[in-house]
Structures are given as C-alpha cells and as structure tokens.
Ligand binder design. Structure first.
Ligand SMILES: Nc1ncnc2c1ncn2[C@@H]1O[C@H](COP(=O)(O)OP(=O)(O)OP(=O)(O)O)[C@@H](O)[C@H]1O
Length: 812
C-alpha cells in the first residue's frame, strides 16, 4: 500500500541565520551579554539586605543565581512571549508602533539609572521628536550587520523572544542590571567604537570583553577569533584602561623595556629592543623616550597625549591581535585626539580587531570608524557600520540636522529627557533596535552565528586535540577557522589570516610569559629604579643625619656611671620609637596609593605572579630601609657614648635593623589590607602608639591590671628595646652616683640598702627587662613578627586588596 504523500514543509518562520564572513569570524563577537552588579549597601534599607550587599561587594559576587523578585526585566523573569505591549501610536509622521520586546516592558529600569518604558511615560510626553519604524514608511533597511531583510511588519514580542540569540537570565535580588543582553560584532581589521552617554555601560561592556569586569557576566557569550576566550587567547588580547597607570619614576623607554621583559615570551634582548624601538617609532614617541612618565602632580613627566600613546604602545609590545581601549582620547585636545584615533585606524588596518570607547568623537573621527555601537542605559540602540547609523535614525523619523556632528546628534538623542525625567525617545530607539534584532537584521544574529560556529569549532578541537589536527584547523583550507579565512580576498582579512596563523598563538603552555625567577629579577630591577629618586633624596638623608647629630649632642658622651643610666636607657627607647615610625609610614603607602594601581593593572594583564612581585619588592627595599638606621647609628651611637665595643655596636645595629623590618612589615600589612589611605594612616599611628605605650619605658607593665597587661606581649618595641638594653649593659657594672637612683636602690622610703656598683641585673629589675628572654629570645620574637606580618601582607594583597580575577558566573 502506498504511503500517503507528506504535506509540504511549511515555510520557515524566520530568515536563515546570516553566515559571518572571515573578518567577523576572526574578530570579536558578543551575544546577549548581561552584567549585574550588587546594589550599593548604602542604598538598601533592610539590614539583612544591606548585609547581603556588603557581603556581595566584599566577595565580588554580584548575584547568586537566578530567580528572585525585582522590578526589572530580569528580576521577575521575562513576561510570557507575546505579552509585550506596543508603544502608543501618538507619534507623528505616520509612525507605526514599534514592538517592544518583553525585555523592555518592566516598569522601572532595574539598572536604577532611568525609568523603564511605560505607556504613561510615552503618551504623556510632549516630546518634539517622534519616530517611525523602518516598516512604517517602507524604508529599506539600513545596512545592518547581518544582512537579511528588514521585518516586513511589526515584529512581535513573541518573535523577539524566539529570535533572541541568548535569553537574558533573570536578575538576582539586590543587583542592578548594567547591561541587558547586549549583542555586537567587531570584525578583525576594523575599528569598532562604542558610543553612548555617560553611564551607558561602555566601560562595563569593554571590561567584560577584556575579562576584567569586577563581577563577571551574568549571561551571554563572547567569541574571540571564532573561539571562546581561553588562556590561549589571553596574550592576543590587550586592554588599554582609561587611567594611564604607570610608575612615575621610570622613563618612557624604561617603562616599555620592563613590559617587554615581562610580557614577551622567549625573545632575545636584541629582539626586545627592536620591538621597543618599533613601537616607539610607530607611536611617534622617540622624542620623549628618555622623559620620565611622571604623575602630573609630584613628578613632572610626559604630556597627556604622550601618556595616552605610551599606554597604547605598552599594550602593542605583545603584538596583540585584539586591542580594547577605554576612552583613549579623554583629556586630550581635539587635534591630539584625532591623532590617536588615526593611530587606531592604522592599527586596525594592520589586521587587528580594535574596539574602543570614545566620549564625543568629531565628525572627522567618525569617518575613520568602521562600526559603531550606540548604547543607552545598557541597551543597544544601534550596532553596525558607521555609515549605517544616520540612515537608521532617519528611517525612524529622526534625521540628523544639516551641518551637525552626527556623533553629537546621537548622544543628544540618547540624553534628551522630558521635563519629568523620562526618556521616551531613548526607550523607543531601544525598542526599535530590539525589533530590528528580533527580525534578524542586526548584530545579534551575526554574533549568534559566530557563537554557534565557535561552539562547533571548540567541539571539533576537543575531538581532535593533536597538534597536527590543530595545524590543519587553523591553516588555509583547514576545516576550522582557517578554511573560512581562506575564502576571503579582503585585505584586512588576509592580514587577519596571517595573524591567526602566527605560530604560538594557538598554544599557551604556561600561564605567564616568563618564569618566576625572571619575573622576580625584572621586578626587583624596576623597584630599584623606581626608588632612585627617593633613596637619594637629600632631604630625607639630611633629616636622618640631622636627627642623629641632635641625638648625639643631647646625649653627648654619657658618663659611665649610675648618674646617667636613665639617659642611657632613654636614648635606646628613643631610637626604637624613631625607627618604628619612619619605616612604618613609608611602608603604609606602598600599595595604596603608590604601587597598587600599577600592580593591579599589570596583574590583570597576566604579566607576572604576585609572589614574584612581593619577593622582589621587599628584597630590593630592605637594604634601602636599612641604610637610614645604619647612617643614624654611626653618628649617634658613638657620639652618645653607648657601649664602646665593635661587637656591641654590631649587635645594636642588628637589633635596630630588626625593629625597622618589623615596623615595615606591619606597615606593608596595613597597606595591603586597607584601601583607604587615611584609615591606613590611623591604623599605622595606632599600632606604633600602642607598641610605644606598652614598650615598658613609660608605663610599668608589671603594675598594669591583668585585663590590659597582655598588651605588652604585642609591643614589638618592647622586644627591640629590651634586646638593646641587654646588649648595652649585660656584664657591665656602673659606679654609684652621689645621689641614689632606682638602679642602686636605697632611695628614701624604700626598703633595703643601696647596692653599689650597679649591676646589669639591678638595671633589668629597675626597668622591668625580661632578661630571661635574653637578646636571642627578643631577636627571635622580632624575626617571628617579621615573618608573620610579611606572610599576612602577601595574603592580604592576594585576597583582599588587589583583585585581578573577576568572579565568573557563567562560562564564556
Ligand atoms: N561595580 C559596579 N558597581 C556599581 N555600579 C556599577 C559598577 N560598574 C558599573 N556600574 C554602573 O554601571 C553604569 C555604567 O557604567 P560604565 O562605567 O560602564 O558607563 P560608561 O558608559 O563607561 O560611562 P562613562 O562614559 O562615564 O565612563 C554606571 O551607572 C555605573 O555607576
């Protein structure tokens, strides 16, 4: 019996997904990216919520999972498909309503930045601007990224939901959504610019792409050169942060040389020098190669424009295929800013993927861009070729006035607010773009296609992980990206193909470009150079020597009798205190504000291990810290007439060095644990004051009540002071003076006779020195303190102070 004929297959409801070209595959794409951050603890009212917010802020975990309430698009989950209301049809110019995806229908923007779309906010507005959809006037779709026809009718929210490349995940409680399922593509060999008003989410998006966001993405995918971001691509991606953070006391050339030594793998010295010379020439920095970087405040250095270019040069040293830049022109005059943008254009023309945020580009700059992505409150209002933006807005009934800078026009559209603070036009633009994306005519379709291809490539790579298979996959004609790349004839894509095929790009056997020892040696060398301006600072040197002479004069050639025993003890205590304050306060500023930002930046780029930095820094700084007490002692010790023996002097110096290192270690710990400079200062002062008060000189520790007597155990000054006293008087006797003192006894009203001459034991008794511990015991305690606080400083630095690894809630 014949089987009945099958009914013809129904026509597809959605257009076929676009096929990304080679340059797009080799570039960066992101699909449905969402980003949530914890709400500020101060803005929550309930104590429990505030505690959760504090905890989230502390641990860097923005939201713990899906679901939960909330008033935003994510908070309560998306409304069922098809239930997105339409915008009101009050708009002029015969505009038809724009379908609003479910994502935009929530009352109130969960980002907390602006109000959400509501019929009231639009219909009640007397906005002069009105929009129409592309479908309304039959306008041809502007050249969207993915190609494909514009929707032929009003897209529904159901379509939007069905066509969304990735569903935006629900927003967790106590979080703000900064990015709402943002999709885009930045093809290789092209300059892609993120534009939008302040707070639109440009930096957040860039941070996500760079893997540097504080909390990690809440949803979505990213692909780099057709693959998910992984370690193998880490060094192919460079990020120029907005703040140009550099060590102020290094010259431009030194800065680049140190970066080259730390970040270029397996290069000889000559090759590194050639690379540095190359980027200096490329960025036209030869003229200021020997100028200090400076900090613009204390150390005079390069100009703002040069600094920006050094920032870019520093990242170009590793020859990255993808360069992300956050506001590379901020603070520059228009001519210098144009120079920087031209430079980015040239870098893109070399085949690199360049993605940058810019604040207010001129129309001259616009002509240099390939693509722009316009963001508003974390949502896309346009993403595609730069020349397609004006037609897109014109098709919505928003033509750019003649002789107007298009970029200013875009930003004005996105910042225009009604008297009640609402932004109906912005909301409508977001909705219009969402509708266009839903119709398959936008970046999200391309990004989704790239993500699919990337997933397939990753699966294939996992199946065939042999080097031969990898080579076949990346080579021309291979089954993977190489095959795709080989199909293009575009110049940009050719250079991209060359880059992607560069040996070493695919393999990242080690986490860091150079080994631990090299890192430590290079960082140590840099630390030494950084301190050159400080160590030899005549003022500081003069201060130490001047105080040494002053002390020598005040305590000049103390009599070797009972009469001056008090002075003898007091000078030792003064030395302990003086050399507790100085190293403590110089260490307190070690990481914040001084080196913390540089460390954070360099660690974020994966340049070196924290342990290498820490060991190098503390090792290099130790001899410098010990120089001052040595200078001081050479003068003051002999002038004051302390124990006249080379051995005693050496031991005195050794104990003083330990006191300095203990104070420095505590200072390092405070600096590594506290971000607030003032708080660090207060903590430092408190620590030294407590150590001073419990040091056994001012207060008789044995007479303290039991509940507070334990404080003396934590006074590092006490241990140093006692060790010094023992060194000074051990085995000596001092002839009695005419007038009795506490050392010889026999004072009126005290029991017992006077004991002459005064022995060391009598001095220990009078000063409550614990001679049972001896010099060795006290030295041991100080060494323990040094070790403990250094380890604690390292741990704080690693886990509390400098975070360079964002938490990741989804794998991308
Ligand atoms: N970690 C965070 N915690 C709280 N809010 C954040 C965090 N990161 C970003 N935001 C908020 O997200 C919004 C977007 O910030 P983002 O820096 O991305 O904006 P932008 O477009 O780069 O702005 P600008 O042009 O002024 O630099 C801002 O309102 C910002 O306050």
């Amino acid at each position: 019996m014949d089987s009945p004929a099958l009914p013809p297959a129904p026509p597809p409801l959605v257009p076929a997904p676009p096929t990304p070209d080679a340059a797009t595959m080799a570039g960066v794409s992101w699909s449905g990216l969402s980003y949530d951050v914890p709400v500020s603890p101060a803005s929550t009212t309930s104590p429990a919520a505030r505690a959760r917010a504090w905890l989230a802020a502390l641990t860097g975990r923005g939201s713990g999972g899906g679901g939960g309430g909330g008033n935003g698009d994510g908070g309560g989950g998306s409304p069922p498909a098809g239930r997105g209301p339409l915008l009101p049809t009050h708009m002029a110019n015969g505009a038809t309503p724009v379908a609003v995806p479910a994502d935009l229908t929530a009352k109130g923007d969960d980002s907390g930045l602006s109000s959400g779309v509501s019929s009231g906010s639009s219909s009640g507005s007397s906005r002069p601007l009105a929009m129409k959809t592309p479908a309304a006037d039959g306008a041809a779709a502007p050249n969207g990224v993915g190609g494909g026809d514009a929707a032929t009718g009003t897209a529904t929210a159901a379509t939007a939901a069905a066509r969304a490349p990735t569903g935006t995940p629900p927003r967790a409680p106590n979080t703000n959504r900064i990015l709402h399922g943002v999709s885009g593509v930045a093809p290789a060999g092209q300059l892609t610019v993120l534009l939008g008003p302040s707070g639109a989410g440009k930096t957040s998006l860039l941070n996500l792409l760079a893997g540097r966001s504080q909390y990690g993405p809440s949803g979505g995918t990213m692909t780099f050169a057709g693959a998910p971001r992984g370690r193998r691509l880490r060094r192919q991606l460079a990020y120029c942060m907005q703040a140009d953070i550099f060590s102020p006391r290094l010259t431009v050339a030194e800065t680049l040389r140190f970066t080259a030594r730390l970040r270029i793998r397996g290069a000889s010295r000559a090759e590194r020098e050639a690379r540095v010379a190359g980027v200096l020439a490329q960025l036209r920095l030869e003229g200021c190669a020997d100028t200090l970087m400076g900090d613009g405040v204390v150390v005079k250095g390069v100009s703002g424009g040069e600094r920006k270019r050094v920032n870019i040069a520093n990242e170009l040293l590793t020859d990255p295929s993808t360069l992300l830049l956050d506001e590379p022109t901020s603070g520059l005059d228009s001519a210098t800013a144009l120079t920087v943008v031209r430079l980015l254009r040239a870098l893109a023309d070399e085949g690199r993927t360049i993605i940058t945020t810019l604040h207010q580009p001129s129309s001259q700059m616009l002509a240099l861009f390939d693509n722009i992505m316009l963001l508003s409150s974390g949502r896309v209002v346009y993403s595609g070729p730069a020349e397609g933006a004006l037609p897109h807005f014109a098709s919505l009934g928003l033509p750019c006035p003649p002789h107007y800078n298009p970029c200013d026009f875009f930003l004005q559209l996105l910042t225009d607010a009604a008297p009640d603070g609402s932004q109906p036009v912005t909301r409508q633009l977001e909705a219009a773009w969402a509708a266009r994306e839903a119709a398959g005519d936008g970046a999200s379709a391309v990004a989704a296609a790239v993500a699919t291809a990337a997933a397939a490539a990753a699966a294939a790579a996992a199946a065939e992980s042999s080097p031969a298979a990898t080579a076949a996959a990346v080579g021309p004609g291979g089954a993977g990206g190489g095959g795709l790349l080989a199909t293009t004839a575009a110049g940009a894509a050719r250079s991209v193909r060359k880059r992607v095929r560069t040996p070493g790009v695919r393999e990242e056997p080690r986490k860091y470009p150079v080994g631990w020892w090299t890192q430590a040696v290079v960082l140590g060398g840099r630390s030494a150079i950084q301190r050159r301006g400080e160590v030899l600072e005549w003022v500081q040197m003069f201060q130490i020597v001047a105080v040494a002479f002053l002390v020598g004069i005040m305590w000049f050639q103390l009599e070797q009798t009972e009469r001056t025993l008090d002075e003898r003890v007091s000078i030792l205590f003064f030395i302990c205190v003086f050399f507790s304050f100085i190293p403590m306060f110089s260490a307190i500023f070690s990481f914040m504000p001084a080196e913390g930002p540089v460390l954070h930046k360099e660690r974020s780029s994966g340049a070196y291990r924290l342990s290498a930095f820490f060991v190098a820094k503390t090792t290099v700084e130790t001899p410098v810290e010990l120089l001052y007490p040595a200078l001081f002692s050479i003068v003051a010790y002999w002038m004051a007439g302390l124990r006249s023996s080379a051995g005693a002097f050496a031991l005195h110096l050794f104990i003083l060095a330990l006191i300095v290192l203990t104070a420095q270690s505590i200072g390092l710990f405070v600096s590594a644990s506290v971000r607030n400079v003032k708080l660090a200062q207060v903590l430092g002062s408190l620590t030294v004051l407590l150590a001073l008060l419990a040091g056994g000189y001012y207060v008789n520790n044995n007479t303290l009540p039991g509940w507070i007597a334990w404080v003396k155990t934590f006074s590092f000054i006490k241990y140093g002071f006692e060790a010094m006293v023992i060194t000074e008087v051990q085995g000596r006797t001092f002839p009695c003076a005419a007038v009795p003192t506490i050392y010889s006894g026999g004072l009126p009203g005290t029991p017992g006779d006077r004991v002459c001459p005064v022995t060391a034991a009598a001095i220990y008794r009078a000063r409550e020195v614990d001679d049972g511990l001896g010099v060795a015991g006290n030295v041991g305690v100080l060494l323990l303190w040094i070790a403990l606080f250094r380890v604690a400083a390292y741990c704080s630095l690693k886990w509390l102070h400098v975070t360079h690894k964002p938490s990741r809630r989804v794998a991308v």
